[in-house]
Design a protein around this ligand. Sequence first.
Ligand code: PMP
Ligand code: GLN
Length: 378
Amino acid sequence: IDSRLPRVGTTIFTVMSALAQQHGAVNLGQGFPDFDCDPALLDAVERAMRGGQNQYPPMAGVPQLREAVAAKIEALYGRRYDPGSEITITAGATQAIITAILAIVHPGDEVIVLDPCYDSYEPNIELAGGRAVHVPLTPGSFRPDFARIAAALSPRTRAIVINTPHNPSATVWSAEDMQRPADLLRATDVFVIADEVYEHMVYDGARHESVARHPELAQRAFIVSSFGKTYHVTGWKVGYVAAPAAMTAEFRKVHQFNVFTVNTPMQHGTAAFMGDASHHLGLPAFYQRKRDLFRAGLANSRFNLLPSEGSYFQCVDYSAISDEPEEAFCRRLTTDVGVAAIPLSAFYQGGFEQRIVRFCFAKKDETLQLALERLAAL
Ligand code: PMP
Ligand code: GLN
């Protein structure tokens, strides 16, 4: 077959989860919780199902959920999105991102992505006929390098993808960081795709710099988030995109033909559950405790801990333990040590090697303890 995506294989997340399962390893690789969601969320979904909410919802999503999303964004970030014309419920962030890209990228357009980055961006851009222009984050700190971003802008640049809190590096952009793309893009018509799926996981009292807080960026941005991350239900695949009306209109042209609508009872259940803001407001403390537990367990090990400012990931440098390439080290860690991780090289086009791997700490305390016993012995 003349492949549209000749360089794409099975994602590293699937590969490492399968290897972990095969070897009975503790899976700290793929990012998902090993604990269940709040039973109140399940009750709300069940009420919706038993109450007959089982047919197609409106194309853009259940109105109550769009209103709940608008209210949350306004309360947290101070920008009002119109639920009718500016918020669309999607099949997770994954579908939101590809739909936004297909809606705006023409063949030959360039989209700037900052490496390391989530693995779906580039294939999405390619499917739209565009070209990903890779700009590395600063090696070591993973901070954005705005001089390089400025140099990468061209007349063909159609969009830039910003992801904060960041997968995989767990860095969080500051208000100052957000001002820089606002300045750089002011005289352009470049769009921003803001991947904010970890918006509610920011630690040590820092605040999430949603693009929604920054009017100059917000007026050109698709802001993407995921209820899977926020409510511990990654398998439900429900998320949303918030964008100005003209951009949302283009987004929905694609959305109505690649998914049309997202499952109805989850939307109703999530809308009811979101009414209690403590669920998302409590998330930083919930995950910061797990982060600290995991970091404390590795503090005296030969792993060198990188900062984890946000997301549910912790990156470590293992160069004091092994000089194997990252994927080989992750495979051996899974098969011989019994803990699965993700090589950072998987987030770089062409596989840049730094001897850094990513662990996910969205796990029960006992799961983390078991992993720590194995890792600390290395
Ligand atoms: N973007 C990033 C940065 C992610 O980490 C993920 C999930 N791993 C997604 C998008 C996709 O989210 P969803 O599961 O809601 O499709
Ligand atoms: N986003 C998750 C991660 O980074 C995995 C999602 C997936 O398996 N595609 O681990």
